[in-house]
Design a protein around this ligand. Structure first.
Ligand code: ST9
Ligand code: ZN
Ligand code: ZN
Length: 341
């Protein structure tokens, strides 16, 4: 005979899965709770990650205090900005537009340059980053989306990195093919040597330059390194949070991603997110071929000029217009009309 304890589910996963099928939390039998409440109720917090992010953000607040009380050298601030831009290209031009979306073809030197930059960004290795991102596009704003924006700003911004993933991410995520990414020897090299690469690119190089070349004291150099990293993480996370909540939807009003100028500015061109979710293969990740708040597109156009990037995919004006008329919220046309009149 079975004891009541034996019948009780032991883990969040047992709670949610019967024969591998997600059935919702048992308390949902009467349909009293909404899906997102259920996911939140069942989530398993990873306290180690919570502690790391709290410490990192506290150090960053002190770093910002040093910055705003003019206790940092100008060279330190300039170097931090340009190193952030380099690391950001590893994410935007590399992990995102090249490896996750295959929006262009990159020659070997560019792939090595971007792999090192992506290591400097320390946002998981290229394979893991691209896998989560492909799953995000395929199952946007559902339980299978690793940073489902329907669970609120905090969850989609950083909360998803502080708890175990929803079972749907594992099950539905398995349907996403990653063989093309793993076929790239540069990606495999990064996976093999990920720890030394991030220690070198994210920590040692920037701290060494700030300490030995610019002449800040050692602890200031370490604080600047961590602060720069945390600010760039938040810039990236805003794409998942703010650009899934606030802004216009000129291309498809039926989805959550938006056009967000502020996010585009801090995320080197990745804030035109309504467009990007509708036309994810476009290397510009934005319409109009403009360079408005899109440093990554300027960088890729330069790479195309020197022959390191080829086959840059884009979307024809006609297809964009048709889609805007069919599903857009009319906001862009109204804005353009207002500017003209
Ligand atoms: C970070 C990433 O910050 C940020 C990404 C942002 C994306 C934004 C996109 C927008 C565009 C680009 C904008 C750029 C702007 C740049 C501006 C710069 C200024 N599919 O993950 P695990 C399976 S990272 C299929 O451990 P847990 C798989 O078998 C920050 N399967 O799940 C896997 O095993 P393996 C630093 C999947 O245990 C296994 O499950 N990093 C998928 O629930 C276990 O996977 C951190 O903080 C999937 N999608 O743990 C690390 N996912 O990998 C934080 C999983 O061996 N991460 N599987 O194949 C962790 O500690 C853990 O992942 C966890 C979940 C606790 C969050
Ligand atoms: Zn998105
Ligand atoms: Zn994308």
């Amino acid at each position: 005979c079975s004891s009541p304890e034996k019948d009780e589910p032991k883990t969040a996963e047992e709670n949610n899965l019967i024969n591998g099928q997600y059935i919702g939390h048992r308390e949902d039998a009467q349909g009293l709770l909404k899906n997102n409440d259920l996911a939140t109720k069942n989530m398993e917090i990873v306290w180690k990650n919570v502690a790391i992010f709290v410490v990192l953000h506290s150090v960053t607040v002190y770093g910002l205090y040093l910055l705003f009380t003019f206790q940092l050298k100008i060279a330190t601030v300039l170097f931090a900005y340009f190193y952030t831009m380099y690391a950001a290209f590893g994410i935007t031009a590399g992990a995102h537009r090249l490896w996750a979306h295959r929006s262009y073809i990159a020659k070997l030197p560019l792939r090595i340059f971007l792999m090192l930059a992506q290591s400097a960004a320390l946002q998981n290795d290229i394979h893991e980053w691209a896998r989560d991102h492909r799953v995000h596009h395929k199952f946007t704003d559902s339980d299978a989306d690793p940073h489902n924006a329907k669970r609120g700003f905090f969850f989609s911004h950083v909360g998803w990195l502080m708890c175990k993933k929803h079972p749907d991410v594992f099950t539905k995520g398995k349907t996403v093919d990653m063989s093309d990414v793993l076929n790239d020897p540069v990606v495999r090299f990064q996976r093999k040597y990920y720890l030394p690469l991030i220690l070198l690119m994210n920590l040692t190089v920037p701290t060494y330059v700030t300490y030995c070349w610019i002449g800040e004291d050692f602890w200031t150099s370490v604080i600047v390194t961590f602060g720069r990293y945390v600010l760039s993480l938040n810039g990236t996370w805003l794409v998942n949070s703010a650009a899934h909540i606030w802004g216009m939807k000129p291309y498809d009003q039926n989805i959550k991603p938006t056009e967000n100028k502020f996010v585009a500015a801090v995320a080197f061109g990745e804030g035109w997110h309504n467009y990007h979710h509708v036309f994810p293969w476009d290397y510009k990740a934005a319409e109009l071929g403009n360079y408005k708040w899109n440093f990554t597109t300027c960088f890729l156009d330069f790479m195309a000029k020197i022959g390191w990037a080829t086959d840059l995919k884009t979307t024809s004006e006609e297809i964009i217009r048709k889609r805007m008329l069919r599903t857009g919220d009319n906001s862009l046309r109204l804005t353009l009309q207002n500017q003209e009149s």
